[in-house]
Write a protein that binds this ligand. Structure first.
Ligand code: NAI
Length: 807
């Protein structure tokens, strides 16, 4: 049976339902969102002539909740326009609308009876082959589908999203014994491609995968810390990035989730797993019970394990709870010698191995070792109960908790056999299948060939099984160090993506752009010129595409009293990007996450930009007192002003928008927003699943080659310059802002330089000019701004505080 999803419906418009509807609509799929009907009149209703039968009253619950979603931060929708795809309604008047839905998502209150009643109603209206899922976090899926006819049950499964649905990558699919396996395969693939989710298949066991292992890990870390006298701050330090977890560590994460929610989930888990040999780990520590009782629920109430306090400078500070005294105290920023020693080791495996090798007997080492071993062992004991494959467990922990490596991956990094020996020493129960695996001489859960992950151990058969991976899932890390690494320096690498496609990968700190990247970019272009290469992708798989040019470069030369080195770097960047743009073979750029300043300029010089949906793009140079000078002004003009003029339109409103985009340092909150800001064209594809971004970029590049790619012509007068008249209008607007004290004198100076560049300088009449003409103006304005003391103050401040200075 072939499944497809063209329309969806979500029932329950609360935190999860609203977020799921927003995500589905953001991906271009119309969705009906229903909640219970409003049954009361407010004092204002009568005056407006509203009665209990009015649709405004009937839809009040859903409308109020949806409006809250629209205002949520970070935004639930990729773009405000996506809201047009959401139709609101209530469960009495609009239930019939479910007839059209190919996918019906239940996200109502977490109680069995209402969910079962709802499913009985859904059964009465759903069309054949439509998919029904429940977002329950803890109720057995099979129970929710109990009593339904066979056709319903074969199309019913759990689809557990994480909060907030747009941003948390994990989606757990929980089929029952009755669910059609084809449907599961379809939804797995569809949700990965269309919604960009990281999908795992979980068994219908309490709290599924991520929350079962995640809660166990959180509890283990807290209970051990409490028992052995580690402070809140110490635990967070030892359970954060040091061991491959996000900065929130343990206690901060509880505050973020909400202690009431965390306590509820943990308590329910305790109740639901009477046979779990480690059930006592789910007993809440008294401190959580006390905090919840006193309504100190974490970030949402301003205090939990940390309390937000206004510091001396007026900025927020977080005071940790003293677990002994129960008082909030000034942060102590604890340090551990061992942590200090290993922190500099970039590779997680090496870092963990160093802790395990030297840590026993050390306070920090003991904590990490004594909490990690039980967590790894527990994960193994839950297979195959919660998931058939260790891979699903690892994926769930990486996608759901932002861990750098899941438990089995960590175990492999540490050495399976060695860790089992230590577990035995500590009296920790080792899963029989792990013992069997070792007895067979198999020493790792995963197998790699030439650095490429190929197989995972299957506990059911006792053999490795190959890991299915679509061609678009390229892992750059796997291409390092072997024949496919064609060049490398400290900041970048050139990799062979296969099929004649090269990749220029940045890996400098925060992926800031520096001369080493420019140099390797040049080498990549030289390679591209050779017959064996067809196209080049510029991208990476770090935390951000690029946070821009390393501004420290701008201060160089200042002491020597010349900007020669800066000018050289500026030229290198401009020339490189122009050579990308005019290369005979296509260059496709693949921006994602933060794409700032020079990062945007890099992206915009591709023949195509293949952008991740989560791309936060902005030319933010104004904040450090300069203007974009790597072709950012030029590209925005070319993309957003010139086409309108060529079509006979008035340039000024478009020019004004470009000016504002740069002067207000606007940053998009998605790739769709970046399209609205004019960084991306309609032809530039947006990819929902960031893990496939490089693969899709490669595909785009090959498509361009197949279509007979020919680059734009260098030197063509392709940019409309408005000249003096346009500039005069802009200068007037700038002066008004300055008089009104909306901007500082220095802002006004930068803005005037920007207007100068955007209008093509002092041309007496509008003209079409070449791209190089605007680039020369960019560079000139940029260098003159660098000579300004207030600009240098801005740069120094940014380097010190990471925040812009308004002077
Ligand atoms: P919520 O309380 O924000 O929203 C539930 C919505 O369901 C409300 O708008 C309510 O009006 C509606 N509702 C209540 N009773 C109903 C009924 N009998 N029929 C129809 N609608 C009814 O709850 P939330 O947090 O969105 O949770 C929804 C589901 O998602 C629950 O099953 C929860 O366990 C699960 N979940 C929650 C997560 C979270 O972080 N909040 C994460 C993952 C799953």
């Amino acid at each position: 049976m072939a499944y497809r999803i063209d329309r969806a419906a979500v029932i329950g418009a609360g935190t999860m339902g609203g977020g799921i509807a927003a995500l589905i609509a953001s991906c271009g799929i119309p969705v009906t969102l229903l909640d219970i009907p409003g049954k009361e009149l407010t004092p204002g209703d009568a005056a407006k002539g509203l009665t209990l039968a009015s649709s405004a009253v009937r839809n009040r619950v859903v409308t109020t909740l949806w409006e809250r979603q629209l205002k949520s931060k970070p935004a639930a929708l990729f773009t405000p326009e996506a809201a047009k795809l959401v139709t609101l309604g209530n469960l009495e008047d609009d239930f019939e609308r479910l007839r059209d839905a190919d996918w019906i998502v239940e996200a109502i209150v977490e109680q069995l009876a209402p969910k079962q009643e709802l499913m009985a109603r859904v059964e009465g209206v759903r069309k054949p082959a439509s998919i029904v899922t429940s977002n329950t976090s803890g109720i057995p899926i099979a129970q929710i589908g109990e009593g339904r006819i066979a056709d319903f049950r074969s199309h019913f499964l759990g689809a557990h999203f994480f909060n907030p649905p747009r941003y948390l990558k994990l989606l757990e699919l929980i089929p029952t014994a009755d669910t059609d396996p084809e449907l599961v395969a379809f939804l797995r693939d569809w949700a990965a491609r269309t919604l960009g989710k990281g999908v795992v298949i979980a068994n219908d066991r309490p709290n599924f995968i991520a929350n079962r292992i995640g809660v166990f890990a959180m509890q283990t870390r807290m209970l051990y810390g409490i028992e052995h006298g580690y402070s809140v701050e110490e635990v967070d330090l030892l359970t954060g990035p040091l061991i491959g977890n996000p900065k929130t560590g343990t206690y901060r994460l509880s505050d973020l989730v909400g202690l009431d929610v965390a306590a509820h989930v943990t308590h329910n888990l305790y109740e639901a797993v009477p046979d779990d040999e480690s059930r006592e780990t789910f007993l809440l520590p008294q401190v959580i019970i006390d905090l919840v009782e006193s309504q100190r629920l974490g970030n949402k109430t301003g205090g939990g394990f940390y309390r937000r306090t206004k510091g001396a400078s007026g900025s927020s500070e977080f005071y940790p709870l003293n677990l002994q005294s129960g008082a909030y105290e000034a942060p102590r920023n604890p340090r551990f010698e061992l942590a200090g020693q290993v922190r500099g080791i970039e590779d997680l495996g090496e870092r963990l191995r160093a802790i395990f090798a030297h840590g026993a007997g050390d306070r920090a080492g003991d904590y990490v070792i004594d909490t990690t071993l039980p967590i790894l062992a527990y994960a193994a004991r839950r297979v195959p109960e919660i998931a058939a494959s260790p891979l699903d467990v690892d994926n769930a922990m990486r996608w759901g908790f932002g861990a750098e490596a899941g438990p089995f991956e960590q175990w492999d990094l540490l050495g399976v056999r060695q860790m089992v020996a230590r577990m035995r020493q500590q009296g920790i129960e080792v899963a029989p299948w792990v013992e069997e695996m070792l007895a067979k001489g198999i020493d790792s859960f995963y197998r790699r060939e030439d650095g490429r992950l190929t197989d995972v151990y299957d506990p059911a058969t006792g053999h490795y099984v190959s890991i299915e991976r679509p061609a678009t899932r390229i892992v750059l890390k796997e291409l390092h160090g072997g024949a496919r690494e064609l060049g490398r320096n400290a900041s970048a690498s050139i990799l062979d993506l296969g099929d004649g496609v090269l990749c220029l990968e940045f890996h400098s700190k925060a992926n800031t752009l520096d001369t080493q990247i420019f140099e390797l970019g040049r080498t990549a272009l030289e390679l591209l010129d050779r017959a064996e290469w067809a196209a080049l992708v510029v991208g990476n798989q770090g935390p951000d595409f690029s946070t821009g040019v390393n501004v420290a470069i701008f201060l160089e030369g200042q002491a020597a009293g010349s900007f020669e080195s800066v000018e050289t770097a500026g030229r290198l960047l401009q020339d490189l990007l122009m050579d990308f743009r005019f290369a005979r073979k296509p260059v496709v750029t693949a921006p994602f996450r933060r794409v700032l300043g020079g990062g945007v300029e890099f992206a915009m010089h591709g023949a195509r930009i293949c952008a991740a949906a989560e791309a936060y793009m902005g030319l933010v140079e104004f904040g450090v007192g300069i203007i974009p000078a790597g072709g950012g002004c030029k590209e925005l003009l070319r993309r957003n002003v010139s086409p309108h003029v060529a079509a006979g339109g008035d340039p000024l409103p478009h020019l004004q928008r470009v000016f504002e985009t740069i002067a207000y340092a606007r940053v998009s909150d998605s790739a769709f927003g970046a399209r609205d800001l004019g960084f991306l064209d309609r032809a530039d594809p947006i990819v929902l699943n960031d893990e496939h971004l490089i693969g899709y970029a490669k595909q785009q590049a090959l498509d361009l080659v197949a279509m007979g790619y020919s680059p734009p012509r260098r030197g063509d007068p392709s940019i409309y310059a408005a000249g003096r008249k346009g500039k005069a209008a802009m200068l007037t607007a700038i002066e008004q802002l300055r008089w009104g004290r909306f901007i500082s004198d220095h802002d006004a100076l930068i803005a005037r330089k920007l207007a100068h560049v955007l209008c093509g300088g002092d041309l007496s009449a509008p003209q079409w000019v070449s791209e190089q003409y605007i680039l020369d103006l960019e560079r000139e304005a940029f260098l003159s701004l660098l000579g300004e003391p207030k600009t240098r103050e801005r740069i120094t401040h940014m380097l010190k505080t990471r925040k812009p200075l308004r002077n």
